[in-house]
Structure formats: C-alpha cells, structure tokens
Design a protein around this ligand. Structure first.
Ligand code: S3P
Length: 441
C-alpha cells in the first residue's frame, strides 16, 4: 500500500526521452458524447481515461447508453440521441466541459435531469449556458446560476440566432448540441473565437453544420433535427498535458525530449507561439491529420527564455496553459506581461490568484491586477515551499514543474485532482529523468 500521498519535485537536469502524450481531454469528452448521438457501435481509440472523462461516461450510462472498455478501445453503443430519464442526479465531478456540454445536449430532449458536481464545479458559473439556451425556450432551475441545476420539462424549443461573446468553447458546444435536436436552422455567432473541436468532430461524423467566416467572426449554422454517422474515432495526445513537459524541458538545463502524437489544433497552441517569441526552442518533426484534427510529433530543447508582452488576443488560444506559462515566465530573463485574463478566474480555481500566491510564496517577483499580471523573471528562483493548489490540477502540475528548476524543492498540498486530466503525469516526468517523489502530505 502506498503510504505517501503527495508529490515533491527537485531541481533536475537533462530531461531526455520520447513520450507518448495521453489522449486529449476536450476531444475525449466530445467523442463519448457525440458517439451517444450516433446509432450503433462507435469505437474510440486512445480515449483519455481520466476522472473528468469517466464522469461524463458515467453520466451517459445513467442516460441509458452502453459503454465498454476493451484495453485501449472504448466502445459506445449510441442510442441515436434517445435517452432515458436518469434515476439520480448526474454527477459530473470536476468537469466543466462534461456538465456544460451535457446541459446543452439534454436541454432540447425534454427530459427532466438534475446535474451536480464537486466543490469546485459547484462554484463555477452556469448562467453562461443557461441564458443562451433559454433563448431556444429551454427551462432551468439552478442554485443562483450555479449547480445543482435542473433541466425542466419544456415541449417547444425553437431555433434562433444567438451570440457567443465570452470565447468559451464549452458554451458554443452546448448551443450546438442543443441545436442538433431543434426543428429548423440555428445560427450561432461566434464573436470571440474558441477551440473548434466540436465543429471538427461533428463534421467528421457527417453532421449538417456549416461555418461562414468573416474576419474574426464566425457563423455556425446548424440544421436540425439530425443524428450522426458512427465512424471510428482516434484521439490525439492532449496539447494541454504536453505543455507541462514542454516547459519542463525548456527550463531544465541540457534537456531534449520528443513528444509524440500531440494535437496541434490552432486554437490550442497559443503557448507555442508565445514560447517562440520568448526564445523557446522547439521543432515540429512530423505533422498529420486525425478525424479533422491536426496532430504532430514535437521536439523540445532547453531554452534561455526572455520576457515579452503577451497579447490579449491570444488568451482563448492558451487559456489552460497560462499557469504553466507563468512558470516559464518566472524563469525567463526580464519581465513578461499578461493581459485579458478575466476568464482565468472562472476555472477549476481562480487561477490568477492561485498561481500568483503559489509563485510569490516560491520567491517569484510579480504584480497581479484585476485581469492582468506582470512576472519579473529570473533564471534563479528559490522554491523550498509547500504550495496550496486550491484543488486545481493545473496549479499542482505547474508548480511541480517549477520545482524542477528552482534551487529548493516544491511540494504541493494535494495531487488527487491531477487524475482529472493527466493520471500518469508523475510517471511520465520520471520517465524523462525529472526528480519527482511521492512523499507524505
Ligand atoms: C474546454 C474549453 C475551455 C477550457 C476547458 C476545456 C472545452 O473552457 O478551459 O479546460 O473542452 O471546451 P471554456 O470554454 O469555458 O473557456
């Protein structure tokens, strides 16, 4: 039995090796949900078996969908979108994507369903999906715009034109999923662009979804009702998980790693663009496409990073990578300035505060404001502290990477939530030679 239950990371040199990055969480979530809308058996290869994805799978099982795991293959027997009323509330645990996409999907199915989640998910805003879905005629009862939330019976939902102004792929996907079951044409005006995995996978599965682009704005036109055509789905590696290893290799001396099979969707790789400007050394070795998604093998080397001004326009393209980018900025020479960070406060934790607190405690000089931060980087950082992660997987993993380059080790208060996105994080770090140890809390 393992007596130890948290992780500590120590100064490391020469991270070397080849790593297969585990499946993309966003695409895995969509794959299982969309497969449930197909008729018959869909085989999903390389599904991420993390806690978040398994919460969504469980919710689908409670809706009458049959799911089987056979080694690396997940088999979903889709019901063509006919679900049974669940006997108990659907518990989505920590998963914002799971809960928001399923709210969207079930909002137009006229099935009374209650959603709940863990402490962190119960604090996150649901009005962003409730309000636009109400425009279709969906009815909800919520706890002041938060979970628990109940979808109420409503017979007549009608399509209309809705705007998505937050830049949230979760909101956009909830609207698209609801629209798939509406009678007629729904137009979603995407004012602030966000990751387009939903559009890509739906097109791959033969959905009637049209995209009209005008400068930055995008119109998504969905004709409903429709079912999807089942097809084999292959999930690429998660760029967000890869980002911890990318920054680890850059900040640890004499490192060279290769990350295989990583998704490089344009809306996900803002981190690479920023790191390039910071003098980060990386190469794309090979590129291909997998069910509508661009995939690549990447090579990363130790880098002498320099501070830069990060443009606010890129924020939706690196939203989940800010915590690890703050770590890169801490070890860069000079100041890195980040703006337009409002959305960071609505993640699994208030990531702007949580990361500022963690970095300051570790000796980093920074200035946090309402929705911006300046990090005054230095090649030499102290570390030597225990970090409060606020139950946030990305805060925990980012700070453990910090400990690989700081003078003294970093210990985090908890690691259980790392399972929500990257169950073998510590094992993969160890595989490339990083010094991380399981220790008592
Ligand atoms: C996700 C979208 C992003 C991201 C989250 C996953 C998705 O959230 O932060 O981790 O799978 O659609 P928002 O859409 O709320 O920005």
């Amino acid at each position: 039995m393992r007596k130890t239950n948290t992780l500590k990371s120590y100064k490391s040199k020469s991270l070397i090796g080849i790593i297969n990055i585990p499946g993309d969480k966003s695409i895995s979530q969509r794959a299982v949900i969309f497969a449930s809308l197909c008729f018959g058996l869909t085989k999903i290869f390389g599904l991420l078996k993390s806690k978040d994805v398994l919460s969504t799978v469980n919710a689908l099982k409670n809706l009458g969908v049959k799911v089987k795991f056979k080694s690396d293959i997940c088999e979903i027997s889709g019901t063509g979108g006919t679900f049974k009323k669940p006997k108990k509330p659907l518990d989505l645990g920590n998963s914002g994507t799971g809960v928001r996409l399923l709210i969207g999907m079930l909002s137009s199915k006229n099935i009374e369903t209650t959603f709940e989640g863990d402490k962190s998910l119960s604090k996150r805003p649901m009005l962003r999906v409730i309000k636009p879905l109400e425009k279709f005629g969906a009815k909800f009862k919520s706890n002041k715009g938060k979970l628990p939330l109940k979808i109420l019976k409503s017979d007549y939902l009608t399509p209309c034109i809705v705007d998505e102004k937050i830049g949230s792929a979760q909101v956009k996907s909830a609207l698209i999923l609801s629209a798939l079951n509406l009678n007629g044409t729904t137009i979603i005006n995407e004012v602030v662009p966000s990751r387009d995995h939903t559009e890509n996978l739906l097109k791959y599965l033969g959905a009637d979804i049209k995209i009209r682009k005008k400068k930055l704005e995008k119109k998504i036109i969905v004709n409903g009702p429709q079912t999807l055509n089942r097809k084999k789905i292959k999930i690429c590696g998660d760029f967000s998980s890869a980002s911890f290893l990318i920054v680890a290799a850059m900040v640890c001396k004499n490192s060279k790693i290769v990350l295989k099979n990583v998704g490089i969707n344009y809306f996900r790789i803002g981190l690479l663009e920023v790191l390039k400007k910071m003098n980060g050394k990386f190469k794309i070795l090979k590129k291909w496409t997998e069910n509508g998604e661009k995939v690549a093998d990447l090579e990363i080397k130790s880098s002498n990073l320099k501070g830069i001004k990060v443009s606010g326009d890129i924020s939706t393209r690196l939203i989940d990578e800010y915590p690890i980018l703050f770590v890169a900025a801490s070890f860069a020479k000079g100041t890195t300035e980040f703006i337009n960070l409002k959305e960071l406060r609505y993640k699994e934790s208030d990531r702007l505060s949580a990361m500022s607190e963690a970095l300051e405690k570790s000796g980093v000089k920074l200035k946090q404001e309402k929705d911006s931060i300046k990090i005054f980087g230095s090649r030499k950082q102290n570390g030597g502290v225990k970090i409060k992660t606020y139950n946030d997987h990305r805060v925990a993993m980012s700070m453990l990477v910090f400990g690989l380059a700081s003078d003294e080790p970093i210990k985090v208060d908890d690691i259980s939530m790392i399972k929500t996105s990257f169950p073998n994080f510590a094992e993969l770090l160890k595989k490339i030679g990083a010094k991380v140890k399981y220790v008592q809390k």
